[in-house]
Design a protein around this ligand. Sequence first.
Ligand code: TLP
Length: 355
Amino acid sequence: MSQNRIDLRSDTVTLPDDEMRRAMAEAEVGDDVYGEDPTVRRLEEESAAAVGLEAALFVPSGTMGNQIALRLQAAPGEEVICDAASHVIHYEMGAMAALSGLLPHPLASLGGQLDPVAVEEAVVKDASFHARTGLIVVENTHNMGGGTVYDRPHLERILAVARRHGLPVHCDGARIFNAAVALDTSAAALAAGFDSLMFCLSKSLGAPVGSMLCGARDFIAEARRVRKMFGGGMRQVGVIAAAGLVALRKGPARLADDHDNARRLATALAAIPGIGLDPASVRTNIVIFRVGSELVGRSPEGAAAAFLARLREVGVLGGKVDADRVRFVTHRDVRGAEIDEAIERIREVAGAAVH
Ligand code: TLP
């Protein structure tokens, strides 16, 4: 690969910037398992405030944050209602079953957006013969839905169903700040009414490591206990939390640029014959599109893998969603000019295939 690499596999690939590295070097630290790391405490306080919930807990990953929430809010043998393409089902290694004895109750959805009527129908009302419903999970933005966002009225309808049945609701808000920017609202406005919310510092906000689990004070006290049980008790972790603080304070303000880049990329992709994409559906930093077989010919590994392999040869990296869909994610380390460069290279690859 002679050209510079443009890495659009995920917003997790960002490298810590100079300000983060300085903050890490200078971080005041202590043993966080004793609750004595001042930098972690600051990060937890600012995170809770940012989403308008009482308290927050620093966890090593979004997966651990989600899984602690599931563990605490549903009992073994209970069902977790979530959309069929949700991260808690597809990308968390079966953790809800393995760690907490929970059953996913997946619902088909459009763009990952749960239909409140379908949620109401899925709630098990007679638990004398069936697994009881324990929890509802909403993913905002929705990763595999293509970075789609739930607006507040939609969330209200789901929260109302949950309240009617006395069920807790967890928000997988790995990219909640992207949703807030897309809707021109605050993360707190989107978090209101949820029993718990996880957001990631290590995705679009640009930190190297870490996520925050947020909720009521009592819930977070319990979450601290389960984090230790899951092996996530960290010691002088202020060195990492310091980068997280920079991400939390500075990250949200630049997400609009990522969204503009995603839209520009999507518009250009949609104009390429053989690519299936409605650019109007791209609201945040994730672009998912279909690869027609005319772009790659008949390929044993599927159109997406074949197209990605050709793109890799010209230094453009993306991710496979399924046999014929590809995902690009825009982020802090890919600037506008590189998006334009990526578009050029993708056009060349696609043009070479159809001519
Ligand atoms: N998503 C990653 C991969 O796991 C797919 C990515 O590249 O997008 N919730 C959502 C909605 C996520 O997108 C992710 C990560 C997580 C949770 C988990 O976070 P980590 O990777 O920190 O465990």
